[in-house]
Ligand binder design. Structure first.
Ligand code: HEC
Length: 248
């Protein structure tokens, strides 16, 4: 019994799809965060802020296009591993939170020895992180050698907190961000939603996931395009292979 051409083509397509799908599964996947619109409220926990801060540093903050974390050797930009330890004593009078804030809002106020003043102000375009996003980044930076202490209510010199760098923080003197006021932030809160939805490798996955199961019905429809083939398809549907109706 000869196999019709269309069946062989379909089998080849299926086999090829399956093969590429298989190869796609083998390639190690890098988790890339797709930009997602989400809101977060003023009651975000410090632990959540750390997570969000890390995502901002990889994404819209562009920090990790310049900075490394845990790399040694001749570097163009300061490596940020253990930076919280240094941050506490970099500038006399500034604690780590104030120092990190200064690093982002006013990067040239203190320039790390051996490096050019090449860091852009993070609260201004093109990066333009919000005060809350910068607090999240500070929370993550604190984990690099220390323990995160900031909350979204934390005040520092640059979000209308302390009047002078190094000064004591006034108790709620400045207008606090309206509690509960949701702020749009392009950072996902739930990691579960992130999945392998972006990135070069991941592109292969939807192809596999969607085409492999879906390819069966379309192929049948296509096979039914001509009368001769329809006959074969009908025959197959009725499981009448034994009658030799397919081969001609
Ligand atoms: C265009 C490259 C660039 C980008 C983007 C960038 N930085 Fe920097 N950063 C630098 C350079 C250069 C320095 C050292 C000079 C200085 O202190 O201003 C620095 C210094 C720092 C320091 C001080 C490190 C220390 O050892 O005291 C911190 C903290 C920091 N950056 C955090 C960040 C964060 C967080 C972001 C993202 C929100 C960011 N940087 C984005 C280039 C960059």
């Amino acid at each position: 019994m000869r196999v019709p051409h269309s069946i062989r083509v379909a089998a080849l397509v299926l086999a090829t799809t399956a093969f590429y799908g298989y190869v796609g599964q083998l390639v190690p996947q890098k988790e890339v965060q797709p930009p997602q619109e989400t809101t977060f409220t003023a009651d975000l926990s410090t632990a959540d802020m750390v997570t969000v801060g890390r995502q901002i540093m990889e994404g819209k903050g562009f920090c990790l296009t310049c900075h490394t974390i845990g790399k040694t050797g001749a570097l163009r930009f300061p490596d940020l591993a253990g930076v919280d330890v240094r941050a506490k004593s970099r500038v006399p009078g500034l604690n780590d939170v104030e120092y990190f804030a200064q690093s982002m809002y006013d990067p040239t106020a203190y320039v790390v020895p051996g490096f050019p003043p090449a860091m852009p102000p993070i609260n201004k375009p093109p990066i333009a992180l919000s005060d809350q996003e910068i607090l999240c980044v500070i929370a993550y930076l604190q984990t690099l050698g220390g323990t995160p202490t900031v909350t979204l209510q934390t005040k520092h010199h640059y979000n209308s907190g302390a009047a002078a760098p190094g000064g004591a923080q006034p108790p709620a003197a400045a207008p606090a961000p309206a509690p509960g006021a949701p702020q749009p932030l392009a950072v996902p809160k739930k990691r579960a939603q992130l999945g392998p939805a972006a990135g070069a490798v991941v592109i292969l996955k939807p192809v596999v996931a969607h085409q492999a199961p879906a390819s069966t019905p379309p192929r049948k429809e296509r096979a039914a395009g001509t009368s001769a083939r329809r006959e074969g398809a009908a025959c197959r549907a009725e499981a009448c292979q034994g009658e030799g109706g397919i081969a001609r």
